[in-house]
Design a protein around this ligand. Structure first.
Ligand code: SDX
Length: 436
């Protein structure tokens, strides 16, 4: 990040001129540095949803929403999705460079040997209702990890927490699912790779050997790579905000899981399947869905479409769309939902309303079709998103904590409430000024 060749912008206010420096990112993005706007002018900015506000400098992920570009630490997402692995990408996001063979082997070994949960966690899950959605279960379980590791924060303890989180998240996710079924938990196995271990913990039972399909395991690993980071989205900004108060990593990640659950964010992937199944059940309701999504008086959104940053095809959606067909044909799963999704995409991308608003399929539009083909229950879809996003949240949290400009996050507001008034209780309480 450099100042843009001394360029600045001038704000003219009440007869005075105030110059504010421009800063330029490595991809040529420009921003006005307003960190002393209020102290110099008394003014603040107002930007609901922060659509025009940069919260930080970051070197982790670059998105060009106009061109549909996504890179992790400079590497294009399609290259990483096709050639890398989730744990290699996790290392890349967290450390900034691809690992050496020894670094990756050491990281895999540490993660593999931290996959088990403390035995007391058994009581934790059994205390929760079986019908509980797994997202609040995972958010609570990740927050509860802080109760098992309460040593004072240090660089070494943070590194240990990073390994524990990445190692235990699949175990927590699988155990939340097994709890909902009333089935016994399946312990992680150290000879399995990350995604295979998760599939076995999810779908195996003590009654029979579980055969892991290597294509499914590789596809799941790619899905985790595709979700691994996405710059300053809602849940990542939440992780940064919570971490900015010096809350520990477990608490910060737990807050990110909760933010991701929202249907406008990570929760959209399960809403997409509900929408596709509804269209399948009520043949021809795609048009009705479209009409409702376009109706100003109707809050219906076409789930899986639109994005705050992408005003072009989400590159992750393109990769997922391609992967759908391979997994479905490999597993002999029904292609009905995929066909409906592709037909819906075709109709939408030709519709003036969506063209005008530059609404394209996002990462959530096709991911659920694959998750369902693999056999995951719909309620687990957003948990899978959280598993993928975990290293990105961690990398962003570390960058925030190590930023020389680090400060606790505390936005301002424009107050629109009542101005000062006398205490006029309607229930006859002591009147203001009465002797108590
Ligand atoms: C993720 O930020 C990230 O990076 C997120 C994410 C990540 O990896 O972390 O990419 C993951 O969250 C993907 C998005 C998943 N959510 C959905 O699929 C839900 C459906 N999409 C929307 O609700 C919406 O598009 C958002 C929330 C994704 C973006 O909302 P914005 O940027 O605030 O856009 P907006 O609501 O201002 O919409 C602009 C216009 C509006 O119409 P007008 O008022 O201008 O007439 O587009 C319309 C909206 O009504 N619109 C939609 C629509 N999305 C936007 N209309 C119908 N269906 C939709 N899906």
């Amino acid at each position: 990040m450099t100042t843009a060749g001394g360029d600045s912008v001038t704000l003219r206010f009440r007869g005075e001129e105030h110059a504010f420096p421009l800063v330029e990112g490595t991809e040529g993005e420009l921003a006005i540095d307003i960190k002393d706007l209020r102290s110099r002018t008394g003014l603040i900015t107002l930007d609901p949803g922060f659509a025009n506000t940069g919260s930080c400098n970051s070197a982790i992920t670059f998105i060009d929403g106009e061109k549909g570009i996504l890179r992790y630490r400079g590497y294009p997402i399609d290259v990483l999705a096709r050639h890398s692995s989730f744990l290699e990408v996790a290392w890349l996001l967290i450390h900034g460079e691809l690992p050496s063979r020894d670094e990756l082997d050491g990281f895999i070994d540490r993660v593999t040997h931290h996959t088990m949960l403390h035995q007391d966690f058994g009581r934790f899950f059994s205390a929760l209702p079986k019908a509980a959605h797994p997202m609040p279960v995972c958010a609570a379980a990740v927050g509860a990890l802080a109760t098992f590791y309460q040593e004072p924060e240090s660089e070494q303890k943070v590194q240990e927490s990073i390994v524990r989180l990445i190692a235990k998240m699949p175990t927590i996710a699988a155990y939340s699912y097994k709890h909902s079924l009333g089935q016994p938990n399946m312990f992680p196995r150290n000879h399995l790779d990350y995604s295979s271990n998760f599939l076995r913990m999810m779908f195996a039972t003590p009654c029979a050997e579980y055969e892991i399909d290597p294509v499914v395991a590789k596809t799941l690993d790619m899905l985790l790579v595709l979700h691994a980071d996405h710059e300053q989205n809602c849940s990542t900004s939440t992780v940064r905000m919570v971490g900015s108060s010096k809350a520990n990593l477990f608490a910060s990640i737990s807050s990110g899981i909760s933010a991701l659950w929202g249907s406008l964010h990570g929760g959209a992937n399960q809403k997409v399947i509900v929408m596709l199944e509804q269209i399948a059940a009520e043949d021809g309701s795609a048009d009705r869905f479209l009409q409702r999504a376009k109706d100003k008086d109707d809050t219906t959104r076409l789930m899986g479409f639109g994005h705050r940053v992408y005003k072009n095809y989400d590159p992750r959606a393109a990769i997922l769309k391609e992967a759908c067909s391979e997994v479905i044909s490999r597993l002999g799963a029904s292609s009905e939902l995929l066909e409906i999704a592709m037909r819906l995409e075709e109709i939408v991308l030709a519709d003036e309303y969506f063209i005008e608003r530059r609404l394209y399929p996002n990462v959530d539009f096709y991911s659920g079709v694959i998750y369902k083909a693999i056999g995951f229950p719909v309620d687990m879809f957003t948990v899978l998103f959280a598993m993928g996003r975990l290293p990105g949240w961690i990398a962003q949290w570390l960058e925030m904590r190590r930023d020389p400009a680090f400060r606790i996050g505390r936005p301002r507001q424009v107050y629109t409430g009542a101005t000062e008034r006398g205490y006029d209780s309607k229930v006859g309480l002591r009147s203001a000024g009465a002797q108590v």
